[in-house]
Design a protein around this ligand. Sequence first.
Ligand SMILES: Cc1ncc(COP(=O)(O)O)c(C=O)c1O
Length: 393
Amino acid sequence: MLADRLRHIEGSPTLALAAKAKALAKAGKPILDLTAGEPDFPTPAHIKQAAIQAIQADQTRYTPVAGIPELRAAIATTFSRQLGHAYQPAHVLVSCGAKHSLYNAFQALCQPGDEVVIFAPYWVSYPPLVQLAGGTPIIVPTTEATGFLPDAVALRAALTPRTKIVVLNSPSNPTGAVLDEARLKALGALALERGLIVISDEIYDQLVYAPARHVSIVTALPQVAERTVVVAGVSKTYSMTGWRIGYALGPQAWIEAMSNIQSHSTSNPTSISQYAALAALNGDQQPVAQMRQAFHERRDRLVEGLNRLKPLRCTTPGGAFYAWCHVGGLGASAEAISAQWLEEIHVAVVPGEGFGAPGYVRLSFATSLQTIDETLQRLARWLSARPSAAATR
Ligand SMILES: Cc1ncc(COP(=O)(O)O)c(C=O)c1O
């Protein structure tokens, strides 16, 4: 009875795992949950206050489909400054989270027969978003040896006459890899040469740890802006995942098409959340710096700790809040290892299979230093109690 296009679509594995870990914790198990795809900080007070004010001022009705004009203007101003490209409000569509922005973009730009290049490890939702639009995801692997960074040589090798779109995600979920300017220039030049559309998911743009630096493809090669949709939002930057506000910036005709789709699905993003997002963009940015600093410290604690636990191994993520850890040396699949950790030591992580990269697990450091320390202790005990570890002693 179900529509054909749902044949390959399953629910998000990351959300499912997070739900399982939460349910076990609720049932009284001493779960250490490292599945989180969201900051663990409260939304900053001035943002919450703006939402309360919006309710009291009766900003509780439908808004324009593409978002309230003040918010579109604030997004255009912020991204013009950050990316060095002149965006006008007409180049901006506000949606119900960055995931919804991506959904609208694929629906508007992708059709049956189109191939969409996605580099693995990839964020779990890209392939289903492409398939829901009738497109075919073409998965191009990256390697640990090159920091999981996509490059133009691998992209060129994957191109066919049907390739229409390439998806970039920097900083990356799940690897934390941050694309440098040279690679972006080369990828952008190839997109121009072959007439490709770039969908650049930059949702973690503000969560980058020095000396890493976020660069957008639009900044690296300004001509690419004419064929690029930049996706970002308030979810990760301002700890606002539940408010559901994301945005897309791109050529006006594409934004209009995406807005038309939105007009027939969600009508508009929640009015109250839009006022909160406006306060986030226009207000004090100090809370973002504080969160970034906390994530930086947690990253170092987790990554250094994991690298002391042989045979685990972990590259240092330049951005986002995930450690991408190699578990291939443990002689079982990442799914099996994650299940064992959950059952035996109550440590919840996300196995790599859902990210198109078996052999790895994702550990979120959007959690306290105590949780990170306790996780490292439990993993150390688990590793030393393994039969193979005992045999080599
Ligand atoms: C790479 C990436 N893109 C987009 C999103 C979606 O963000 P939002 O919560 O704004 O829909 C996420 C959330 O996990 C993500 O990791």
